[in-house]
Design a protein around this ligand. Sequence first.
Ligand code: PEP
Length: 249
Amino acid sequence: MKNKIIAGNWKMNKTRAEAEALIKELVPLVADARNTVIICVPFTDLQSAVELTRGTNIHVGAQNCHWKESGAFTGEIAPSMLRELGVEYVVIGHSERRTYFGETDATVLARTKAALNAGLKPIVCIGETLAERQSGKMEEVLTRQVSEGFKDVTAEELQRVTVAYEPVWAIGTGVTATDEQANDAIKYIRGVFAEKYGKAAAEALYIQYGGSMNDGNAKGLLNMSDVDGGLIGGASLVASKFAAIVHAH
Ligand code: PEP
């Protein structure tokens, strides 16, 4: 089994002062982690996060980036702006972006390509809604999200991508997928990648589970054969809980 990639998605939480306090608390708690640790923080916290994690094992990510390098895109942030700050990762296509901000597979692809071109490592989120799962469309949706959302991503670029399987019904709801549901969906997704990129590339690809993962359920989920890590929202806002997830496997 691979080591895991554990990423916190802070969403729109933590002022700069709050972020600094949380990071200072987190640094010693995860210093001896064998898994990769990432915190994806609001844009306004990025500079502090990069500075406070310098020389530690914590990597810093943003939560979105635009597909253009500059221009008339009010409110957006270019990948090169993130790189200049020292940011390494970027979450792309989170279901909250798809639901509230009109993100589509096409914009996810454009943002992912731009992030890769700028030297960032994208964490690309996919996952079905409850209605899609209940109507038997889960596999169709996941297949579409991979084939459309990775259309122009090369095999070489895929090596810098992490995928997060996040069933929409499990995000922020307190309802977690069972260990088996998470593993089965991730196995399915890996199969879709295998068809496009070959078995070896699909096996090397990190596919995380995200959706109400916490310090109580992380061990079971992370011990599953195909779950290569976690993308954690709510529980990443409390240093001790996030650290417990980091150490759960
Ligand atoms: C997320 O934001 O990606 C997420 C999984 O949130 P939560 O852990 O709060 O469900």
